[in-house]
Design a protein around this ligand. Structure first.
Ligand SMILES: Nc1nc2c(ncn2[C@@H]2O[C@H](COP(=O)(O)OP(=O)(O)OP(=O)(O)O)[C@@H](O)[C@H]2O)c(=O)[nH]1
Length: 277
């Protein structure tokens, strides 16, 4: 009996199983809402070259990516962020004061990547405060309410104002229609057509969502995170490449300088030895 127990103790420990959250663990590039309504990648996956470079030992360390949500008041900006981050939906409207902030961590192709989500207030009186949070945005989500046509025109204005604070780098732009659950099928299709044209003019990728029903919420945030990750990783790898090229250039210059010095010193040595003769 004691031997049996000892034998049992010698059994190897069962393998530990780590459960990944499928919402935030991405191994492939998620598709666009519609291939006809995106200026970004229509591929079914990340570029093979990017995948290969991300496997190399020198891993890029990616900074959190800033995402800003802009649009009229009560269009549903807070609702889409809350649906994704906490899987909750509130029917009663509570206006955002200034700006709200959420951090969501992803793991994409085995790399940790965070989205800083800045949910700005749509009320006019907070516009001056929210503007201060627009700077250095990598992604801008211009939001409109699909049941209120006029909010689409406002979304274009909000986007243009946000872009004025981000002239140095070109952010990834999304045009997002919310509250799709409030429309009939015909209204929904009509609104999508109108908004699709607007998105093409703005250079934005288009999405229709519903925070109430959860329609396309996860797919949208996964696509957003993946495109932001792809852009950030490509930029980092480009910086690596130019740093490596610069280092190689410096090393070869140094070795050239060294060669010249050794050449002259060997010559002067010869001369000296010549004098001695
Ligand atoms: N039916 C429906 N109602 C929604 C949806 N999303 C948001 N709402 C409602 O719309 C109202 C406004 O939503 P918010 O998310 O607070 O709007 P917001 O754009 O953040 O508003 P501000 O903070 O003022 O900028 C709330 O009463 C929500 O319950 C949706 O998908 N469907």
């Amino acid at each position: 009996m004691p031997q049996l127990i000892r034998q049992n103790l010698l059994l190897p420990a069962p393998p530990t199983v780590t459960l990944h959250d499928p919402r935030t663990h991405l191994r492939r590039l998620p598709p666009a809402y519609s291939n006809a309504q995106t200026p970004f990648s229509r591929d079914k996956d990340f570029a093979p070259q990017l995948r290969y470079q991300l496997e190399l030992p020198r891993k890029p360390k990616l900074r959190p990516c800033k995402v800003i949500f802009v649009g009229d008041c009560a269009v549903g900006k807070t609702a889409i962020v809350n649906r994704f981050c906490f899987d909750k939906f509130q029917c009663n409207y509570k206006a955002t004061i200034g700006v709200d902030f959420e951090l969501e961590n992803f793991n994409i192709l085995g790399h940790n990547f965070s989205l800083e989500m800045w949910d700005t207030a749509g009320q006019e009186r907070f516009k001056c405060i929210a503007g201060a949070y627009y700077r250095n945005a990598s992604v801008i989500v211009a939001t409109y309410d699909m049941s209120k046509r006029e909010t689409l025109d406002s979304a274009k204005k909000w986007l243009s104002s946000a872009l004025n604070y981000n002239t140095a780098q070109k952010p990834i732009i999304f045009l997002v229609g919310t509250k799709s659950d409030l429309l009939t099928k015909e209204e929904f299709m009509r609104m999508e057509r109108i908004a699709g044209v607007a998105a093409a003019e703005l250079g934005a990728e288009y999405w229709s969502l519903s925070a109430r029903s959860g329609f396309k919420i996860t797919e949208f945030f996964q696509r957003l995170a993946a495109l932001a990750f792809e852009k950030a990783a490509q930029q980092q790898l480009k910086t690596f490449k130019s740093t490596t090229q610069e280092q190689t250039k410096q090393t070869s210059e140094k070795s050239q300088r060294f060669d010249l010095r050794s050449y002259f010193s060997s010559r002067s040595g010869k001369q000296k030895s010549g004098c001695a003769c």
